[in-house]
Design a protein around this ligand. Structure first.
Ligand code: NPW
Ligand code: ADP
Ligand code: MG
Length: 277
């Protein structure tokens, strides 16, 4: 198991080249946020925008459109009941994140199911939050898209994989990952990242200042933006997104008791600029 350090940020975060436009930094679609958990979609969207994705679209409940636009006007918004528009945008994007505050109602499962049925091999899928309960409680009958990345906390991983928290050893987790060919970012006070048949990562710089609702939604948005824009090795791009999230939280925690997700988002552009080599 490899320890994540600052070196990973220097490796992955490259300066932006001059002859570029927004299309060169990737298109992200976030399917998230029901009426109760709109904040999760707003945090994921803000993180993806501030972590540098070229274009970010959010398919969410109508309740969240105005607040999302008011907070992050850089993000585009789609009514998640508008199937025609959602299908059109889904086809255009590079990375799709689904699940942050998606909820466990019928609409969440139908969005997940439609996505599994339409996603293509050139696109990357990230599953978070409610996606795990939805997949545990319903039968999908569609195989997981290749190279899917899962970002569960320990309870979500238990519900989804059947491995009880006390049994979530490196061996058990790695076995599950190798069998299913997905990557798992298993979030906890010491997050671990398991890749199919590749060395795992361990993150030890996290702080209890991150123990607040919305921390994981923020990580998911950063991850989506990193996968959309950075062309380095996939394993390192994933590791760097996870490291950056806690690196900024740690900086904030030096002076403040809580590393507010919205503050982590605000710091992203400056901290990323400092690591460009
Ligand atoms: N502002 C918003 O809109 C927000 C929206 N959100 C969205 O809400 C949805 C529900 O997500 P959720 O994670 O908040 O709740 P849930 O599924 O009930 O899981 C908690 C259970 O797991 C247990 N647990 C064990 N180990 C754990 C660990 N390491 N880390 C965390 N929990 C751990 C824990 O144990 P206990 O507290 O009892 O000790 C409890 O039993 C999801 O879609 C999410 O995106 C949130 O992001 C918040 C902000
Ligand atoms: N005590 C802690 N020490 C270090 N990191 C923590 C701690 N508590 C939470 N975190 C981090 O905060 C994030 C919480 O994610 P998650 O539970 O999905 O939050 P939410 O769904 O509310 O956005 C994860 O990245 C986790 O590793
Ligand atoms: Mg979460």
């Amino acid at each position: 198991m490899e320890l994540l350090t600052e070196e990973i940020l220097k490796k992955v975060i490259l300066p932006r080249e001059k002859a570029t436009h927004k299309g060169n930094f990737g298109r992200v679609l976030i399917i998230a946020g029901d009426e109760q958990y709109g904040g999760a979609s707003i945090l994921a969207a803000g993180s993806a925008v501030y972590a540098g994705a070229g274009l970010v679209s959010v398919a969410t409940s109508k309740h969240n459109h105005a607040p999302l636009h008011a907070r992050y006007p850089e993000a585009m918004v789609i009514d998640w009941e508008n199937h025609t528009l959602l299908e059109k945008v889904t086809k255009q994007v590079d990375v799709i994140l689904i699940g942050c505050g998606l909820g466990v109602e019928t609409i969440g499962f139908s969005l997940l199911k439609n996505l599994f049925a339409t996603i293509t091999e050139r696109q990357l899928l990230i599953l978070d939050g409610s996606a795990f309960s939805l997949l545990a409680e319903n039968t999908l009958n569609i195989p997981f898209p290749k190279q899917t990345i899962l970002t569960p906390h320990q309870m979500e991983w238990q519900v989804f994989s059947g491995i009880e928290i006390a049994q979530q050893t490196d061996l058990n987790n790695q076995t599950q990952v190798d069998k299913n060919e997905f990557t798992v970012i298993l979030k906890s006070e010491e997050t671990r990242i398991y890749f199919p048949r590749e060395e795992s990562y361990k993150l030890t710089i996290g702080t209890p200042a991150q123990a607040i609702g919305g921390s994981g939604d923020t990580l998911a948005g950063i991850l989506a933006a990193f996968l959309a824009q950075f062309r380095g090795k996939r394993r390192e791009v994933i590791g760097s997104a996870v490291f950056l999230h806690s690196f900024i939280a740690r900086k904030i925690a030096k002076k403040e008791r809580i590393a507010l997700p919205t503050k982590i988002i605000d710091r992203l552009p400056e901290v990323m600029r400092n690591f460009e080599q």
